[in-house]
Design a binder for this molecule. Structure first.
Ligand SMILES: Cc1cc2nc3c(=O)[nH]c(=O)nc-3n(C[C@H](O)[C@H](O)[C@H](O)COP(=O)(O)O)c2cc1C
Length: 195
């Protein structure tokens, strides 16, 4: 039943801080993989609607499970704009920039370092997908974003890393593909199911 959310219900409803904490804990678990001897990804959050957390931009320090607030105020337009104008990043309850330390990865692993950063981002993304799903929420990986604008918005120098992946979690809009999943027509092409 897990599908990428097509969009999220904007509105004023919110997720709880407990839900966000569970999602961040899942994302911060060690990865059991040969490419994951070191960690190169840092999560930045655009908190839109989290009950108990002021709207703003945050940096996650996974070691202490701490969120450092970098900016306050509504981030919906910014998150959508930075994500190549995709509204779902603003309609979500929380959106993410994954910032990869490409320089450190290259020093540690040479040419493979670039790939390892992306492997790690992808693995974290899938943890976010599963954690959101387990909480009855929806998620969407976002591979389209304006790199330079993200770096400027987050005040990142090249030494601090480069954006490699965006992500959004919220309450998903109805998805007709899932409504038909238990239906006897589930093996039919999607356009037939809709008819
Ligand atoms: C790395 C990655 C980047 C993605 N980028 C976007 C995106 O920019 N915009 C979007 O609407 N969906 C994006 N998606 C969601 C994909 O469209 C979706 O995962 C794909 O259609 C497969 O569908 P499923 O996740 O429901 O199985 C992305 C997914 C991944 C894994």
């Amino acid at each position: 039943m897990r599908r990428s959310a097509l969009d999220f219900l904007g509105g004023v409803q919110s997720m709880s801080l407990t839900q966000l904490s569970a999602i961040l804990a899942a994302a911060s678990q060690p990865l059991l993989a040969d490419f994951a001897r070191a960690h190169f990804i840092q999560l930045y959050l655009y908190a839109h609607r989290v009950c108990g957390l002021e709207s703003g931009v945050y940096k996650l320090w996974p070691e202490g499970a701490e969120l450092e607030q970098l900016a306050s105020g509504e981030q919906r337009v910014a998150a959508a704009g930075l994500s190549l104008g995709q509204f779902l990043a603003g309609n979500a309850w929380v959106a993410f920039s994954m910032i990869g330390d490409l320089d450190r990865a290259a020093r540690a692993d040479g040419d493979r370092g670039y790939r390892y950063v992306h492997f790690e981002a992808g693995a974290i993304g899938h943890r976010l997908y599963l954690a959101a799903e387990a909480l009855g929420l929806g998620a969407t990986g976002i591979g389209a974003f304006y790199d330079d604008e993200v770096h400027r918005y987050l005040n990142l120098t090249p030494e601090q890393g480069r954006v490699v992946y965006h992500f959004a979690i919220g309450y998903p809009v109805p998805d007709f593909r899932l409504c038909a999943a238990d239906d006897e027509t589930r093996h039919m092409p999607v356009h037939r199911q809709r008819a």
